[in-house]
Design a protein around this ligand. Structure first.
Ligand SMILES: Cc1cc2nc3c(=O)[nH]c(=O)nc-3n(C[C@H](O)[C@H](O)[C@H](O)COP(=O)(O)OP(=O)(O)OC[C@H]3O[C@@H](n4cnc5c(N)ncnc54)[C@H](O)[C@@H]3O)c2cc1C
Length: 230
């Protein structure tokens, strides 16, 4: 899996802090922008996060590329409706030379099953090639491509949606591959906007585990994992 932060709102923390101040200030925007240092911005963002004035976080957006991820992952990812996505098409892109795929570590750990898994992928690639040779369009041949097949996409989320996404998808209840993706994304945004993503991560970073009876029961360990993230 390759995850990269492609681009993001310049001065992301400044725009969020300015938007927050504007709500409560009698002065014009120019005055607001000139009056404050980055430390003030960070303090304002902490305040906004604490009081739940999260709408202002939407003024900062972050665009990522993800490659070498399974369709099983991307199907979960695109459920996040407030994000924007562009995903490689299986209609316009034909996989006549075969397709790359993801093998779950649980299967890779069992050599006999791993071999059978690889064999099955090869059989599917052969069938795909036969269908294409028989004149079947890529949009129909793709029906034999598995959840494991690799995809690539570009996605854009604002900071509010990202914090929500991390809460759900960095959690150990989340599926391992999307959890790995979310954790890599979190590492990237913490580097460029640490105040915006302070205490971002699974729900248990903010207090008791919100998963109730479904909890992994390892909140302390998870908190340690995310404390050492960057
Ligand atoms: C551990 C786990 C297991 C899951 N298992 C399943 C499963 O078995 N089956 C399944 O179908 N899905 C499953 N999901 C997906 C889940 O139900 C959500 O579709 C997905 O996580 C997107 O979350 P969201 O709707 O909060 O996020 P987003 O779509 O990113 O939306 C963010 C927030 O915006 C608000 N919002 C967005 N759209 C609307 C709207 N139309 N109306 C009102 N408010 C809105 C909500 O507050 C929402 O939380 C699972 C997710 C997780 C993390």
């Amino acid at each position: 899996m390759i995850v990269s932060l492609l681009t993001y709102t310049p001065e992301a923390e400044r725009i969020v802090a300015t938007a927050a101040r504007l709500c409560y200030a009698a002065v014009d925007v120019k005055a607001l922008e000139q009056r404050y240092a980055s430390d003030d911005d960070r303090r304002m963002i902490s305040k906004v996060l604490a009081i739940g004035h999260h709408g202002v976080l939407e003024h900062a957006v972050f665009s990522f590329a993800a490659e070498g991820v399974s369709r099983a992952l991307t199907h979960q990812l695109v459920r996040h409706r407030l994000a924007s996505f562009a995903q490689q098409s299986q209609r316009y892109v034909a996989f006549d030379g075969g397709f790359d795929y993801e093998m779950p570590p649980s299967i890779a750990a069992q050599p006999e099953l791993a071999t059978r898994f690889d064999d099955e992928m090869r059989r599917l690639a052969d069938l795909y090639a036969d269908l294409r040779e028989a004149g079947i369009a890529a949009e129909d041949a793709r029906f034999v491509l598995p959840n494991a097949s690799h995809s690539r996409l570009i996605m854009t989320m604002n900071a509010r949606e990202l914090r929500h996404f991390f809460r759900l998808r960095c959690c150990r209840r989340s599926q391992w591959e999307i959890r790995a993706l979310a954790t890599k994304m979190l590492k990237e945004v913490i580097k460029v906007a640490p105040a915006l993503f302070q205490k971002a991560g699974p729900g248990c970073l903010a207090g008791a585990c919100p998963e109730g009876a479904m909890s992994c029961g390892a909140a302390a360990e998870v908190r340690r994992e995310f404390a050492d993230l960057v």
